[in-house]
Design a protein around this ligand. Structure first.
Ligand SMILES: O=C(O)CCC(=O)C(=O)O
Ligand SMILES: [Fe+2]
Length: 194
């Protein structure tokens, strides 16, 4: 495990095994993708899948869909048994980043999503950039199969983003991106629903 230089930020390496990763990807790829012209976020170039709650980036609201699917159960139990969260997340967004796809700087909606945001990186590493006005950008490596934990300052005071670059550097380390699928786990704040 490596600890970032931002309060509340952690990257837990090898959170799942290679086998678990390939089983999960198989399951995900059997299911229907949205985005890229399809609801609930047709305007998005990335493809995505929504479980638990469906989130609209345009309307910034969420709709309940049902409990998280059983393919995610082992992750939910591990999150609790390894004391990463006290309550299992009730929402999971799967995002697919192909070459030249990234995510613009943003802070996850504070009124709708709880204080801890988790992101599991599958298939490819990437750099996540954290920025805050008046400070130098901080780059954090998200290795394949790692779990990013964003809490406290890293969740509330910074914007995070992923570039569209295929090749990036962290010091001397060269990071080459391929297709990346991430699973972002959150807890919905029920009062924030409309
Ligand atoms: O792909 C990731 O790891 C992060 C996704 C993200 O920041 C988001 O969906 O809000
Ligand atoms: Fe985010």
């Amino acid at each position: 495990m490596s600890t970032g230089s931002i309060d509340g930020l952690r990257v837990i390496e090898n959170f799942i095994t290679l086998e678990e990763e390939s089983e999960l990807i198989n399951e995900i790829d059997k299911r229907e993708w949205g985005g890229n012209g399809l609801p609930p976020n047709p305007e998005m170039k990335r493809r995505s899948q929504h479980y638990g709650y469906e989130f609209s980036y345009r309307y910034r609201n969420a709709r309940y869909m049902g409990p998280l699917p059983s393919m995610l159960s082992f992750i939910l139990s591990r999150l609790v048994s390894e004391d990463i969260v006290a309550t299992p997340p009730d929402m999971c967004t799967v995002n697919e980043y192909n070459l030249k796809q990234g995510i613009m700087p943003h802070t996850d909606v504070v009124s709708l999503f709880g204080p801890t945001i988790l992101s599991l990186s599958l298939l490819s590493p990437c750099l996540m950039r954290f920025e805050k006005e008046g400070e130098d950008e901080i780059k954090v490596l998200l290795p394949q199969r790692s779990l990013l934990v964003m809490a406290k300052s890293s969740r509330f005071d910074y914007k995070h983003s992923i570039s569209k670059d295929e090749i990036e550097y962290l010091g001397d380390q060269k990071i080459v991106r391929g297709r990346r699928v991430s699973l972002t786990f959150r807890n919905i704040i029920k009062e924030g629903l409309n």
